[in-house]
Design a protein. Structure first.
Length: 212
């Protein structure tokens, strides 16, 4: 069953700040994006990197079957990556390059869940804080914490299901939401707290401790 991975590195990183794009920062001797590329190579048959158009000519390395420019929104970037995935691919993994500590086991877990019959598989970690819905600074509802997970990437999909979910041209903060909207079956596998997203400078220090 052919498996391909789309690495999303096209974000602007405005919350992170700094002159160097966060995906290019050094993390324990490697660029941030390179960590997950190395892990995915153990599970995937091909890899596509999606980058900002202005950085398309950077020396991204020879691990990729294609390097393409992303779009203005996340879903547009995924669609740009999907266009490079062969039609005969059966499983497609989508991963945020700003999560360098996912690890080989997590890539394998989501792919295995799709091969076992799910339309999509996503990593989740339990929510430990109390979560409240708020409108105009007033609490509307307190949500049942035991029914909530914080979702991570990598996320794996049946290729045809993912392509169909994106064919409508919608946008979402993760691809599983588009599959959910289309009626697909999405399962959750155990994520891990070390698989944090590089969003703020403090995250870089925490990731260095995890990977160093």
């Amino acid at each position: 069953m052919s498996t391909w991975c789309i690495h999303l590195a096209a974000g602007s990183g405005t919350r992170f700040g700094g002159e160097v794009p966060k995906q290019l920062l050094d993390l324990c001797g490697r660029p941030v994006y390179a960590w997950s590329v190395h892990d995915a190579a153990n599970v995937c048959d091909g890899q596509v990197l999606v980058v900002p158009a202005a950085l398309l000519d950077e020396p991204w390395g020879d691990e990729f079957d294609a390097v393409v420019a992303g779009g203005a929104e996340r879903s547009a970037s995924v669609r740009a990556g999907l266009a490079q995935v062969p039609d005969d691919a059966e499983v497609v993994v989508v991963h945020d390059a700003a999560r360098p500590a996912a690890g080989v086991a997590l890539f394998a877990a989501v792919v295995d869940a799709v091969r076992a019959g799910a339309d999509a598989a996503i990593p989740g970690v339990p929510v430990t804080d109390t979560i409240k819905r708020v409108r105009d600074h007033e609490v509307i509802e307190t949500l049942a914490r035991d029914e909530l997970v914080a979702v991570q990437t990598p996320q794996a999909f049946r290729a045809g299901v993912l392509r169909a979910a994106h064919a409508a041209g919608g946008d979402a903060t993760d691809d599983a939401a588009l599959v959910e909207q289309a009626g697909g079956r999405v399962v959750v596998v155990a994520g891990h707290l070390a698989n944090r997203k590089l969003t703020h400078p403090d995250d870089l220090e925490a990731l260095a401790r995890s990977l160093g």
